[in-house]
Design a protein around this ligand. Structure first.
Ligand SMILES: NCc1[nH]cc(CCC(=O)O)c1CC(=O)O
Length: 323
């Protein structure tokens, strides 16, 4: 059976490379039964300017792609997993979670500087309250500047660009995005999770499709082969934590899940940081997965969220969740 599949993407450089990776992988895994086409979908987030917080988070980037899937303008949508809202989308399903890149956050500073070597009062750009809070915790003397824009725009704020010289000493970006764009040269320090815990889902992609694929259609078969169980279980736990805390991708919450080599021990570490960086709560839990590993992974995230709520996370970070 030959199947033609349209893959929807945003037009940003990062979205295009991410979609390209998935298209190439699906073509290889489809074993000649799949033909693929990339279709561009314009999203509201690409049009608007202003801080991400004022847009209500990066969910705006996702909504237009989801509409295109539901309308049948495309059959597959590739998202940065951390940008997906934690709730399920009606009529859609997570078709595959490919192997994750290193989820670390990375400092991209002028003159090869690391966080410890930035001078007092240095200007560090990020649009993420999570990154801002952890920067303030590590270096209360720095000035965090709220910025947005695509990866090139942000790097240009340090290195300078056609529109002028750089006006910041550093920016913080996901290492994964830089890796996919071939821009790891800009990284001057990759943060360990003790300094900056990455966002739930960071470094992972989500391949979303309409619910109800036939299991034997070529797309469904290729998606099963593309799916990486350790990544899927880790991100399900991370996102369940975020969901239970009633927080989105803009919340000052970091989380890292990891499946042990035995395939059934799942670790989850999380931190909730007060936005001013002056206090934080860090907790970890481990679960042994049973027959329904998906449910168990989600339960681990929920349980860790409740542990954090018991310790006062909702007040600390002004979250919506109640215990
Ligand atoms: N919110 C924007 C966004 N969504 C995903 C990535 C990077 C790639 C990833 O985390 O998988 C980025 C840019 C960034 O945070 O630096």
């Amino acid at each position: 059976m030959l199947q033609h599949v349209r893959v929807g993407t945003r037009a940003s450089a990062l979205a295009l490379t991410q979609t390209g990776h998935v298209v190439d992988a699906l073509a290889a895994l489809g074993d000649g039964d799949l033909t693929l086409e990339t279709v561009h979908v314009r999203t509201e987030g690409d049009r608007l300017t202003g801080s991400l917080q004022s847009l209500g988070g990066t969910g705006v980037f996702v909504a237009a792609l989801r509409d295109a899937l539901l309308d049948g303008r495309c059959d597959v949508a590739v998202h940065s997993l951390k940008d997906l809202p934690t709730g399920d989308a009606d009529g859609l399903t997570l078709g595959a979670v490919p192997p994750r890149e290193d989820p670390a956050d990375a400092l991209c500073a002028r003159d090869g500087l690391t966080l410890g070597l930035l001078p007092p009062g240095a200007l560090v750009g990020t649009g993420s309250p999570r990154r801002a809070a952890q920067l303030r915790a590590a270096r209360p003397d720095l000035v965090v500047v709220d910025i947005r824009g695509n990866v090139d725009t942000r790097l240009g704020r340090v290195a300078g660009s056609a529109s002028g010289p750089g006006d910041l000493d550093a920016v913080v970006l996901a290492r994964a995005g830089l890796a996919r764009l071939g821009r790891l040269d800009a990284v001057t320090e990759a943060f360990g999770p003790d300094v900056m815990a990455p966002a739930p889902g960071q470094g992972a992609l989500a391949v979303e499709v309409r619910a109800g694929l036939e299991p034997d259609e070529p797309l469904a078969q290729a998606l099963r082969l593309l799916d990486h169980r350790p990544t899927r279980l880790a991100v399900l736990a991370e996102r369940a934590l975020l969901g239970r805390l009633e927080a989105g991708c803009a919340a000052p919450i970091g989380a890292t899940g990891r499946l042990a080599h035995d395939g059934r021990t799942l670790f989850l570490d999380a931190v909730v940081v007060r936005p001013d960086g002056g206090a934080s709560l860090r907790r970890g839990l481990t679960a042994t997965l049973g027959g329904d590993s998906t449910t168990d992974a989600r339960a681990l995230g929920t349980r860790l969220a409740e542990t954090l709520l018991d310790a006062g996370a909702a007040d600390l970070a002004a979250l919506g969740a109640v215990r």
